[in-house]
Design a protein around this ligand. Structure first.
Ligand SMILES: Nc1ncnc2c1ncn2[C@@H]1O[C@H](COP(=O)(O)OP(=O)(O)OP(=O)(O)O)[C@@H](O)[C@H]1O
Length: 238
């Protein structure tokens, strides 16, 4: 379980949050929606222990937390397999074993055998994102923190990778805190959707959801979601 209880953060220019509460239960994917600058990335950094709360409490009881960033952040000199295996080296897994495990994951994520030895510069943006996702799942985390990992990709690719992430968390029972500013992405993926107000952010909506890949259902849900005054105020109105 990850829990924030009345959390505030202050970088020296006033509070980022107005007492933020959130919870991510094991095996659940929680989407955090909010406009630019409201504190979404800061929430992930709090969960990862990279930022300390000025007040309130952050409790991360998951055994192992992995992060997927907005950019793939791959090592340019290492091939796809070594990049995906990166976290396993820190866990003391031997080279052959970690390459075998990483290659298995990459293959499951759509890599052809001939692409496993390619360096990042030889891979498309979508393939680089697959490596970054594989790198996170390779360490068998029970919590994955995802910071708008598909924001830079085109719509078709984004859908493919959204499905891949949903499938990966379901199959492994991994919990995820998924930051996005895209309502349809949240509806497609999340078991629970939290909407943050602009800074100082607080949760203006905390809704149970049912992930779906059906385009008509996603668009209908997005329309009803955006019709809620609390959501409109937080995401759309100036
Ligand atoms: N290290 C830092 N030092 C000072 N201010 C910071 C720092 N990190 C974040 N902030 C400020 O805290 C607020 C929240 O930033 P954060 O990056 O969490 O927002 P965000 O919701 O993720 O934005 P975006 O959607 O644009 O990525 C912003 O006003 C930002 O300028």
């Amino acid at each position: 379980m990850l829990a924030f209880d009345g959390v505030t953060v202050d970088f020296g220019d006033g509070p980022v949050f107005d007492r933020l509460d959130l919870a991510v239960a094991p095996g659940r994917l929680v989407a955090l929606l909010g406009r630019s600058g409201c504190g979404k990335t800061t929430s992930l950094r709090l969960a990862a222990g990279l930022v300390a709360p000025a007040s309130g409490r952050v409790e991360n009881r998951f055994r192992r937390t992995a992060t997927v960033f907005q950019e793939p952040r791959l090592l340019p000199w290492a091939d796809a397999t070594d990049n995906a295996a990166f976290g396993l080296a820190a866990l003391g897994v031997g080279r052959d074993e970690r390459r075998a495990r990483a290659a298995g994951l990459l293959t499951g994520f759509g890599f052809a055998p001939g692409d496993l030895g390619k360096r990042p510069a030889e891979l498309s943006g979508g393939m680089q994102s697959r490596v970054a996702i594989a790198r996170a799942f390779a360490v068998e985390p029970d919590l994955v923190l995802m910071d708008e990992p598909f924001a830079a990709l085109d719509v078709g690719l984004r859908r493919e990778l959204q499905d891949l992430v949903r499938e990966a968390v379901e199959r492994r029972g991994t919990a995820a805190l998924f930051v996005t500013h895209d309502v349809t992405e949240a509806i497609r993926l999340a078991d629970r959707i939290l909407v943050l107000s602009p800074r100082p952010a607080r949760v203006v909506l905390d809704a149970a959801a049912a992930p779906t890949a059906d385009p008509a259902a996603i668009h209908a849900a997005a329309a009803s979601f955006l019709a809620l005054p609390a959501v409109r105020g937080a995401l759309l109105e100036r």
